[in-house]
Structure formats: C-alpha cells, structure tokens
Design a protein around this ligand. Structure first.
Ligand SMILES: Nc1nc2c(ncn2[C@@H]2O[C@H](COP(=O)(O)OP(=O)(O)OP(=O)(O)O)[C@@H](O)[C@H]2O)c(=O)[nH]1
Length: 170
C-alpha cells in the first residue's frame, strides 16, 4: 500500500490568534511534529492549504476558503494522480500523533480518530465522492465522514489538539 501523508493547514486560526503551524511545542514547530510523525509512516508528504516553508505544498480544491475539507480534497486528488492508494491526514495542530497511526486506522474503507475527524486514513478513490459532497454544499467533516461510513477509532492517549495558546501549556 502506497501511503501519502497530508498535513491540512489553512483557515483563520481565530481562537489561536496566529498561524498555529509555527507555534512551538517541546522546542519544535507544531507542523514539524506532525510532519515527522506522518513522514515516518508514509512514502510521500504534502501540506494542503497554505504554503509552509520546508514542505511540498498543494492548494485547496476546488478553491481556498472551504475549510479543512478543501485541504483533504486536494490530498485525495494528489494521491490519485501520483499513484498513492491511501491518504493519512492530520491537521497541523495535533503534535502528538502516534507512530502507529496508520496501523491503528487500517481496515476496510475510511477511518478517523474519534473526536478528531481531520485525522484519518482515506482511500484515494474517495476523491470523486468528496468532489460531489463539496459541490452540493457540504463543508462539515463529520457530514462527509458519515456519508462514507468512516469508522471512528479511539486513540489512547488521546490526541492533543491545539486551538488556543493555553492548549500549549498543558
Ligand atoms: N487546507 C485548509 N486547512 C484548513 C482550513 N481551515 C482549517 N484548516 C486546518 O484544519 C485544521 C483544523 O482547523 P480548525 O481548528 O477547525 O480551524 P482553524 O481555522 O485552524 O481555527 P479557528 O478559526 O480557531 O476555528 C487545522 O490544521 C487548520 O490549519 C482551510 O480552509 N483549508
């Protein structure tokens, strides 16, 4: 199985107040924590959304401003065009991804981490389904995961998710 790692990085970070990707946790940028964890278990890695220094970056599809689904859609299309079977996705704001994330999510069809729907394992063949979902006005990750019967997997310890500066203090 050829696996593409995809860091979904965009949006406004209104709660955080600045680009979360560059915020520091344990001496490293959040995006570098995520990148290292995904690179260790994938054969390719892209950032979807903003151009982030030090990474191969692709633009949201079909356009910017649609939320994380636009980034996931870009990743699924990039995977299909470039011969990847699946996408292992995460936001740029979950710095403690486990090294066995792909294994934990493996199985039939798509799977997401419980309470973190942008962290998931997706067949690249879902790209046309996500195109249609977005075209029909869908913007919510959970709406899409329900429409494709994504499995929800509990991860222990739970993923850290940075939304506010105070989330970095714990
Ligand atoms: N590519 C892309 N990523 C996005 C977009 N909106 C949010 N994200 C990413 O999706 C993940 C979850 O984002 P949220 O925390 O829900 O939204 P946010 O815009 O970062 O923050 P808030 O404005 O505080 O809700 C983060 O990694 C964001 O960088 C978008 O429009 N495009």
């Amino acid at each position: 199985m050829k696996l593409l790692g995809a860091i979904v990085a965009g949006g406004k970070a209104t709660r955080f107040g600045s680009d979360k990707a560059y915020a520091r946790h344990k001496g490293r940028r959040l995006i570098d924590h995520v990148g290292a964890a995904l690179a260790a278990q994938c054969s390719g890695l892209v950032v979807c959304g903003r151009a982030e220094e030090g990474f191969d970056c692709i633009a949201d599809l079909p356009e910017d401003g649609l939320g994380p689904l636009g980034g996931l859609n870009a990743a699924l299309h990039f995977a299909r065009i470039n011969g990847f079977d699946r996408v292992l996705s995460s936001g740029c704001d979950t710095p403690n991804l486990p090294d066995n994330l792909a294994q934990a999510l493996a199985g039939e069809g798509p799977a997401i981490v419980q309470d973190q729907p942008i962290v998931g394992l997706w067949p690249a063949s879902l790209a046309p389904r996500l195109d249609i979902f977005i075209r029909d006005g869908g913007r919510a990750l959970y709406g899409f995961t329900e429409s494709v019967n994504a499995r929800q997997i509990a991860i222990d310890p739970p993923l850290m998710n940075v939304n506010r500066p105070s989330d970095l203090e714990s």
